[in-house]
Ligand binder design. Structure first.
Ligand code: NAP
Length: 259
C-alpha cells in the first residue's frame, strides 16, 4: 500500500534500536526523510547507515538525550518543521513501588509523560497550520493491564494517554492526529535485559524464562520491531487521517479483553 507520505519529514525519538528503530525504518521505507536519535553515537550512526542503505531514504542522526532541553533543541535544529513525530524514550527499570524515591518517581513521570508533551507543544501548532501532522506515542500494554514492578511506567504513560486524549480533539479538524501504540512483549534489547534480570534473580535458566513468557502470549511468540514499525507507519499514513485519540494494542492477544 502506498502510504501517501513520501517526502514527509519525521522525527523518531529514541530510535537507534528496538521499537523506535522499527518505526524509523518503516517511515523511511514509506519515503519519509527521517531523523533518528539515541545517546550512543556509534550505535546511532550504524543504524542510520543501515536504514539509509536499505531504503535509500535521507536519514539524519541526532545523538542527544531526548529528555533534556538541549537534546530537544538538537532534534529541532536537524528538522525544524516535522510532519511526523514519534515519541519514544527509555522506560523506567522494574522496581517494587515501595522502593521508589520521590526523585525516581518524578524522573519516571518526566521521561514517560512530560518529555512527549514538551515535544508535542513544539510541533502541534505548525502542523495544524500546514494542515497535516501525525503524532504517535509509544506507550505500553501496561497502560491497560498492569505489570508488577512497572507501576511507575504504567502510571506515567496512562497520564500521557489521558492528557493527550483531550489535546487530540483540538486539532482533529486541521489534519493532525495523535495516537498511541501499546506494545506487549516485543523482541528488543529492553525485553531481553528483563529476561536476564529475572533469570539472575530466580536462578531459572534464561531459555526457560523466555519459554514461559512466550507461553503466556496467545501468539506464542514475541512481536518484532518490523511489525511494530509497520503499524506505526500506517498510523502516519494519509489513509489514517480519521483515526485519532486511539490506543492500538499490539500484544499477540496477550491481554484478554473484548474491548
Ligand atoms: N520491547 C517491549 O517489549 C516493550 C513493551 C512495552 C513497552 N515498551 C516501551 O517501549 C519503549 C521502547 O522500548 P524498546 O524495547 O525499543 O527499548 P530498547 O530496545 O532498549 O531501545 C531503546 C532506544 O531508546 C534510546 N534511548 C534510550 N534513552 C534515550 C534518551 N534519553 N534519549 C534518546 N534516546 C534514548 C536507546 O539508545 P541509547 O541507549 O543509545 O540512548 C535505544 O535506541 C520503552 O519506553 C519501553 O519501556 C517496550
Amino acid at each position: 500500500m502506498d502510504l501517501g507520505i513520501a517526502g514527509r519529514k519525521a522525527i523518531v525519538c529514541a530510535s537507534s534500536r528496538g521499537l523506535g528503530k522499527g518505526c524509523a525504518t518503516a517511515l523511511a521505507q514509506a519515503g519519509c526523510e527521517v531523523v533518528i536519535n539515541g545517546r550512543n553515537e556509534a550505535a546511532l550512526k550504524a543504524t542510520a547507515d543501515e536504514i539509509a542503505k536499505a531504503t535509500k531514504a535521507k536519514v539524519i542522526s541526532v545523538a542527544a538525550d531526548v529528555g533534556t532541553p538541549e537534546g530537544q533543541a538538537k532534534l529541532f535544529a536537524a528538522c525544524p518543521s516535522p510532519d511526523i513525530l514519534i515519541n519514544n524514550n527509555a522506560g523506567p527499570p522494574f522496581r517494587d513501588f515501595r522502593e521508589l524515591s520521590r526523585q525516581q518517581m518524578i524522573d519516571g513521570v518526566v521521561a514517560n509523560m512530560i518529555v512527549a508533551i514538551e515535544l508535542i507543544q513544539k510541533v502541534i501548532d505548525p502542523m495544524a497550520s500546514r494542515g497535516f501532522g501525525r503524532i504517535v506515542n509509544i506507550t505500553s500494554s501496561s497502560v491497560k493491564a498492569p505489570i508488577p514492578g512497572l507501576d511507575l511506567s504504567s502510571g506515567a504513560r496512562a497520564g500521557l494517554t489521558a492528557f493527550l486524549a483531550g489535546v487530540a480533539r483540538t486539532v482533529a479538524d486541521r489534519g493532525v492526529t495523535i495516537n498511541n501504540i501499546l506494545p506487549g512483549p516485543f523482541d528488543t534489547d529492553r525485553l531481553r535485559s528483563g529476561f536476564k534480570n529475572t533469570s539472575e534473580k530466580t536462578g531459572t535458566p534464561i531459555d526457560k524464562v523466555i519459554e514461559a513468557r512466550k507461553a503466556g502470549v496467545p501468539a506464542k511468540r514475541f512481536g518484532t520491531p518490523e511489525e511494530f514499525g509497520a503499524a506505526c507507519a500506517f498510523l502516519c499514513s494519509t489513509q489514517a487521517g480519521y483515526i485519532t485519540g486511539q490506543n492500538l494494542l499490539l500484544d499477540g492477544g496477550m491481554i484478554p479483553t473484548a474491548f
